[in-house]
Design a protein around this ligand. Structure first.
Ligand SMILES: *Cc1c(COP(=O)(O)O)cnc(C)c1O
Length: 394
């Protein structure tokens, strides 16, 4: 079986060939340090500025509000820790949600150990933050609200504009982890009242280990790395020049192709969802039916173990991801699936398939046929399923 159908684009994406091509000269002839004075190297500084401008334009921001980082996790850490520290005179309370990426959740726990108070908002059954809950959680000491733009597991897109409005009405800073959304849906930082935004190269067909944090002008934020004067003295260290060139190229490419890509992926995503729900019994879609990322489908199959499902899909050349906490290697079901109210045993039987623009309808058909076969086989081995069917028969 030499077929490979990659449906795990929420985990990472293939670096686009034009991105690789744009990066290559910066490993070889253009290797200079952008901080050097001679023109050979100083031109790299201009090339970096050019990427900053490209990214800022896509967000409706200014180039000097874009700070390059080593990726989404660093941007999330920086946004939370540095704001907490810079605004601690004003208060010690932060509001976020139960469905954030661990880069936010674990940073929240870190801050709690250092005297900050963190409210983790519940979400509804489709994964959306409830605006009344957000308003009720606000205290005079609240300094920051951090809500992800779109969820990485179930694809639900949050009411970001409304959340931004609420934050600003109360004079509270608003950060959004847009690592999944940026490059898939249009984002304007002014329209959505966003003060800080995290993004990552490798989730949008750019390189790994590079990302950025947008920080609105006027936001007091501490340096994240002390040292040289790179990134307006806020994040020291010789710039990852090839990475920055790759990121800027990937962002431009994503913005230029967004409309067509989203249309194509939404169509195939809906085709996949409709077929799976119609042809596989005891199965549900997780996340919001329409307010979801164009490339995301997430299902729960009753009486199935997600890990077994993944292994059998792998044997058919299909790459997906399950609902358990993949990174920790633990078998706890995903915190996101629990937060939308799935019982443990159903959360365990979950499968996330995230598309890219190269996927064809024929491949989706192959995936659905494979899934049908595998689910039937796994259920035929399940004593729980056997019991359930017997009871149904009575
Ligand atoms: C992938 C991801 C991150 C982490 O980004 P890295 O660049 O891998 O550090 C953070 N938040 C979300 C929502 C993600 O999907």
């Amino acid at each position: 079986m030499d077929r490979l159908i990659y449906l795990d684009n929420a985990a990472t994406t293939k670096t686009a060939p034009e991105v690789v091509e744009a990066m290559l000269p910066y490993f070889t002839e253009k290797f200079g340090n952008p901080s050097s004075v001679y023109s050979f190297a100083a031109s790299n500084k201009e090339d970096i500025t050019c990427q900053r401008e490209r990214i800022a334009e896509v967000l409706g921001a200014n180039a000097n509000e874009i700070y390059f980082t080593a990726g989404g996790s660093e941007s999330d850490n920086w946004a939370l820790k540095a704001t907490a520290e810079a605004y601690q005179d004003k208060g010690n309370h932060i509001i976020t949600t139960k469905i954030e990426h661990h880069a936010i959740l674990h940073t929240g726990e870190y801050l709690e150990k250092r005297g900050f108070e963190v409210t983790y908002l519940d979400v509804d059954e489709e994964g959306k933050v409830k605006l009344e809950d957000l308003k009720a959680a606000i205290r005079p000491t609240t300094i920051l609200i951090s809500v992800m733009y779109a969820n990485n597991e179930i694809g639900t897109i949050e009411p970001i504009k409304e959340i931004g409005e609420i934050a600003h009405e109360h004079g509270i800073l608003f950060h959004t982890d847009a690592v999944q959304a940026f490059g898939q849906v249009p984002i304007n930082v002014d329209e959505c009242h966003i003060d800080m935004l995290s993004a990552s190269g490798h989730k949008l067909n750019g390189p790994k280990g590079i990302g950025f944090l947008y920080i609105r002008k006027g936001v007091k934020i501490r340096s994240f790395v002390h040292g040289g004067s790179q990134e307006r003295k806020r994040r020291a260290g010789t710039e990852n020049v090839p990475g920055i060139i790759g990121l800027g190229t990937a962002v431009k490419r994503a913005a230029d192709t967004m409309e067509d890509r989203a249309k194509k992926e939404t169509q195939l995503r809906d085709y996949l969802i409709e077929r799976v729900l119609a042809e596989i019994p005891y199965c549900k879609l997780n996340g919001h039916r329409t307010d979801r990322l164009p490339n995301n489908a997430n299902f729960s199959f009753r009486f199935i173990e997600g890990e077994s499902l993944l292994i059998m899909l792998d044997m058919k050349g299909i790459c997906g991801s399950s609902g358990s906490a993949c990174t920790s290697g633990s078998l706890d079901p995903s915190h996101v699936l629990l937060a939308i109210g799935l019982p443990h045993e159903i959360a365990h039987g979950s499968l996330r398939l995230t598309l890219n623009e190269e996927i064809t309808k024929e491949e989706i058909d192959y995936v659905v046929e494979s899934l049908k076969e595998i689910v039937t086989r796994l259920r035929s081995m399940s004593p729980l399923y056997e019991d359930f069917i017997k009871k149904q028969g009575n």
